[in-house]
Design a protein around this ligand. Sequence first.
Ligand code: ZN
Ligand code: ZN
Ligand code: ZN
Length: 359
Amino acid sequence: MTERLDRARILAGQMGVDALLVTPGADLRYLTGYAAKPLERLTCLVLTQRGVHLVVPALERAAAEAAGVSVPIVTFGETDDPYRIVAELAGDVEVVAVDDQMWASRVFALQEAFGEAQFALGGELVSTLRMVKDAEEVRALREAAAAIDRVHARMGEWLRPGRTEREVGADIARAILDEGHEQVDFVIVGSGPNGASPHHEVSDRVIGAGEPVVVDIGGTTAAGYCSDSTRNYVVGGEPDPGYLAMMEVLKHAQQAQREHARPGVTAESVDQVGRRIIAEAGYGDRFIHRTGHGIGQETHEEPYIVEGNTRVLEPGMAFSIEPGIYVEGHWGARIEDIVVCTEDGLEVLNHSPRDLVRL
Ligand code: ZN
Ligand code: ZN
Ligand code: ZN
């Protein structure tokens, strides 16, 4: 973890941040390895050019040590003012950056304790580091992807006409845990017209024969890394030819995006490559979301694969490629893989079939 903190300190210097303050969440876990619970007592990493400390409630010292925190731990008692302790550790600073998810109550208390200092968001600083995965993180993402692939491979055990989305979803959730995740993050089973709503979860709708079903599922492994993969199914019959034609377009678009994405191209160009194919086939206004999101210790993080993001992809960046086409009132489809930029190309982490799966 010290290497990450060193990089954070160098970057803070380059960005003109005198003190970076990070409370429990994915940023703290990334920087220190400590998955602290976000409780009412303050836990806060204090990083300056002079040093790094972790301020924790006295009763949580043991938990922080057990997590292997490598920086000096400063504790406070029930009647101490932890915000004052943070300000004293930071010393005389002009620009204080706080993590993007910090509670407003903490931000205000810190502003009070720091007096004149100028406050800024620190999310960009930490996400610049988190965005580029090291070999160990890529391995963890690969394992998460393999785990969710195993769940998709078992879909025939649960997905049948006559069952509700909710019943199928409950079985999938159990399998997400059984196949190597510690936590279920989301289960989307969108049958028939529900498939046209990208963030539909499950409902009591009964799945009909020949209906397309969008299944988008993900979890977090014990190593703390997320999976996220979407596949498309049809059960007990043949779907409408219009849907099949649409799936062909989507498959081409997603494949073209996988062939295009690599270090040196911009994030937005990956989006454009797929969007052009979908638009040329007449579905332009039905691809209603960005192409993808970064993934790591959180399901959605930088880099976002979206029009307007001119960031150039680099080796180690991990993100989803998930174009979708949604025909309201009828059906929808989305194909989603997690990919990682290698030195000169792309590693696709998901391997389950991208074609429509007939069960
Ligand atoms: Zn999403
Ligand atoms: Zn997804
Ligand atoms: Zn996704």
